[in-house]
Design a protein around this ligand. Structure first.
Ligand SMILES: Nc1nc(=O)c2c([nH]1)NC[C@@H]1CN(c3ccc(C(=O)N[C@@H](CCC(=O)O)C(=O)O)cc3)C=[N+]21
Length: 289
């Protein structure tokens, strides 16, 4: 019954669109530019930042990787943000999350020029998403999930959608996108305090798992014929791998997949879409500038 939604393939389609958009911007004399700021040496963050910069290169987007030591102070990081805000060659700025503990991430996000906030985390962009104002930036991961749902031909109008997780990065914006006009789903947002989470999930025609708990969603949480979008990217120990770990989602894929109409794998599902939508946002930032 189950159809695997190939995030890598959909991301490749999005990146092809991006390539055309970059070419036409360049023909007008504008080269989109993205700055990626990484504070510290978190190994997962280093992988993600590397693939963002590599994808920029593939598309002809100018990128600047700024690597700062773990001990970087709030003032130093604010200064870097201010310089990037003022730099006309940079249209998009991303400060990789999570930063080290001495950094107040909320203050950093508020210091970003909202017109360069390609993560869509600045309060102005959060407000625009809630207002359904298309001049804002939509956070990349939920935007990627919506695109996957659309490309897989899933009807959202009138569907019961359940989002597990209420983060500002995924859960909350995902709920706003699903309930927005044009998508028109009936949305439930569940989280760690929700009573009888399995029962809530069983009502879902579309289930989005964004909690960061490896393989938490079990087969008996999922209705037959549901569509499952797995946002989790969890590293779990696996001595049989050379790296010593493997990636797994928030969904127990092996047991859940047979029940689904469609499901995203991890890796190769939502992750590649996050990067593709970041490229889209960067191009949009450049064309608006
Ligand atoms: N300011 C900020 N913006 C972000 O967008 C942001 C962030 N901070 N912090 C961390 C999360 C996570 N994230 C991912 C991007 C791509 C993959 C990805 O490409 N995953 C591959 C596998 C990659 C691997 O092998 O590790 C896949 O799922 O197939 C995963 C995760 C962006 N994030």
């Amino acid at each position: 019954m189950s159809k695997v939604i190939d995030g890598k393939a959909v991301a490749a389609t999005v990146l092809e669109e991006c390539r055309r958009e970059v070419d036409s911007l360049k023909a007008k004399g504008v080269t989109p530019g993205l700055a990626v700021v990484l504070v510290g040496e978190d190994p997962a963050s280093m992988v993600y930042v590397g693939s963002k910069v590599r994808t920029c290169g593939d598309l002809g987007i100018h990128s600047r990787k700024i690597e700062l030591p773990t001990e970087t102070t709030q003032e130093e990081l604010l200064k870097v943000v201010a310089e990037l805000n003022a730099d006309p060659a940079i249209h998009g700025i991303l400060v990789q999350s999570p930063p080290p503990e001495q950094i107040d991430e909320e203050e950093i996000v508020r210091a970003l020029d909202p017109a360069k906030d390609v993560d869509g985390f600045h309060p102005e962009n959060v407000a625009k998403l809630a207002l359904e104002d298309p001049t804002g930036f939509v956070p990349c991961t939920p935007a990627g999930c919506m695109r996957l749902i659309k490309e897989a031909g899933i009807e959202t109008s009138g569907a019961n959608a359940v989002v597990i997780g209420r983060s500002m990065i995924v859960g909350k914006p995902m709920a706003l996108l699903l309930m927005a006009k044009g998508s028109d789903a009936t949305v439930t947002v569940a989280h760690s305090r929700s009573r009888d989470l399995p029962a809530i999930c069983r009502e879902a025609d579309i289930l989005v798992a964004a909690v960061g708990r490896p393989e938490m969603v079990k087969a008996d949480w999922v209705k037959d014929g549901a569509v499952v979008i797995d946002v989790g990217i969890n590293r779990v120990e696996d001595p049989s791998r050379k790296s010593g770990y493997r990636l797994t989602g928030d969904v127990a894929y092996e047991e859940v997949a047979p029940k689904c109409k469609a499901i995203t794998p991890v890796p190769g599902g939502v992750g590649p879409m996050t990067i593709a939508m970041l490229m889209k946002n960067t191009i949009a930032a450049a064309s608006r500038a």
